[in-house]
Design a protein around this ligand. Structure first.
Ligand code: UD1
Length: 438
């Protein structure tokens, strides 16, 4: 397993170009299953999760072809399988997003249950209940979801999600585009990634209204067609580099980014004393000469403070003056980075399973630490950038799932960061690589 070594304590100055959003790309790639015509996606980030999804699609018979750097063509005109195998699904929950599209277009799908993960139980009951309301017969056997419509089209239905769920909204939205009649999704997620998906589906011929609101109305159509779509910038990546500037008391210009997608975080960073300035193609964040103060944060679905930025803001809170608190309301086990940060001399107390108190003014010290999930790894990288001495972060494959070229982007701003490569082993992952042309 690769490791990342950081010698902290250097203020970062420079420019970082933000990649396409991972969490928008994943559903958009599975949307290609909705039509036999090609879907061209631009600004697809080069990430481990994208490569995993390419393998899953290829294993179903989708032709996955790289057209240029960050541009891919997907054509599902020769589907040979309706099964998303456990070996691939277990590495990435978002692969469960093949369910809605396959069921809508072919009336059939067998998908491995994703199971729990480091940040919580993460069930898929909302996805299954919604598809059942649309007429699918769904059974769970031996860790697999078997879904069928018995050869019929899915039927439009009025669905009210019990809780806001990004994945359930995406799966159901995609399924509804090809359903017979009208589907109404109440309490739908309004994350920018959902809007991006809905807009791409519209350019594929879907009839969707209420985009950007929590009530989506989808009039099903018989088929979708070819489309080209450019993926929105990764808001969590942009937040991570903004915090890198604030925590090192430097200044980073974050380009190809959308400040309007990170309003809650920009407000929090401003309240903490960092300076955020809009730029024509992004924004800048500065901690230069600023006193960073503690703050209280509650994570909630969009447009609230994102759970995916919780570990990163925690790193900044460690070095801030005064106490901070975080109340995590989205996932039940998302403080795995706390004991690792404590190894770096952080003063954090778990109040209960959902909240932490951070004393502030910690003199962070480099230490060997271990990444437990994607965003926890980003939190550890940020803490390491501010720490005195060397931090060695193990299990950085988590980081590689969601951050393209992180060492290069941080080095360009003056960070002392390097990767220790693990010996390369053979590619033992499943998937039909014959269908992937890169
Ligand atoms: C997506 C994001 C992830 C982000 C999360 C919340 C992708 C690929 N991943 O994950 O980065 O942290 O949104 O913003 O976009 N829940 C259920 N039953 C369900 C579905 C969800 O109880 O069927 C619960 C979850 O356990 C969690 C909450 O609902 O507590 C929100 O989860 P959800 O929005 O579905 O997260 P994901 O789509 O998995």
């Amino acid at each position: 397993m690769d490791k990342i070594v950081i010698n902290g304590g250097k203020a970062l100055f420079g420019k970082v170009k933000i990649s396409g959003a991972k969490n928008a790309s994943l559903p958009l790639i599975t949307a290609s299953l909705l039509t036999d015509k090609p879907l061209f996606l631009h600004n697809v980030p080069d990430l481990a999760d994208i490569r995993t999804l390419h393998k899953i699609l290829a294993s179903l018979g989708v032709k996955v072809t790289q057209k240029a750097e960050h541009s891919w063509e997907y054509q599902a005109d020769g589907i040979t399988s309706f099964t998303a195998e456990y070996d691939l699904v277990k590495t990435m929950r978002a692969s469960f997003l093949v369910l809605g599209p396959l069921l809508a277009r072919f009336g059939e799908c067998k998908a491995a249950l994703p199971g729990g993960c480091a940040i919580g139980l993460r069930p898929v009951n909302f996805h299954l209940d919604a598809l059942r309301e649309m007429g699918a017969d769904i059974e769970i056997q031996e860790g697999y979801v078997y879904a069928t419509t018995y050869g019929k089209r899915l039927k439009g239905a009025e669905i009210t999600f019990p809780k806001v769920s990004v994945g359930a909204t995406e799966n159901t939205l995609m399924a509804a585009t090809l359903a017979e009649g009208t589907t109404i999704l109440n309490n739908a997620s309004i994350e920018p990634e959902i809007t991006d998906l809905a807009e791409c589906l519209q350019s594929m011929g879907a009839d969707i209204s209420g985009i950007g609101t929590s009530r989506l109305v989808i009039n099903g159509v018989e088929s979708l067609h070819e489309a080209t779509h450019s993926i929105i910038p990764d808001r969590i990546e942009s937040i991570t580099y903004a915090i890198a500037a604030a925590i090192t008391k430097g200044k980073i210009e974050i380009t190809d980014a959308r400040l309007d997608h990170i309003t809650a975080v920009a407000d929090a960073l401003t309240a903490m004393g960092a300076e955020i300035k809009p730029l024509p193609n992004g924004f800048s964040c500065s901690g230069e000469g600023k006193e960073i103060k503690g703050i209280d944060i509650v994570t909630t679905p969009y447009p609230g403070f994102p759970t995916d930025a919780q570990a990163q803001i925690m790193a900044l809170m460690l070095t801030a003056h005064g106490q901070s608190t975080i109340n995590e309301t989205v996932f039940e086990n998302r403080f795995m980075h706390v004991p690792e940060m404590q190894r770096m001399n952080a003063d954090i107390q778990l109040t209960d399973a959902f909240s932490v108190t951070i004393a502030g003014s910690s003199e962070l010290k480099g230490a060997p630490v271990m990444a437990s999930d994607l965003r926890a790894s980003a939190g550890l990288v940020l803490a390491a950038l501010a720490a005195h001495g060397e931090t060695v972060i193990d299990r950085v494959y988590h980081l590689d799932r969601g951050y393209e070229d992180i060492e290069a982007k941080l080095s360009a701003c003056g960070a002392d960061i390097r990767r220790i490569k693990a010996p390369v082993k053979g590619d033992s992952e499943n998937g039909n690589s014959d269908n992937i042309t890169a």
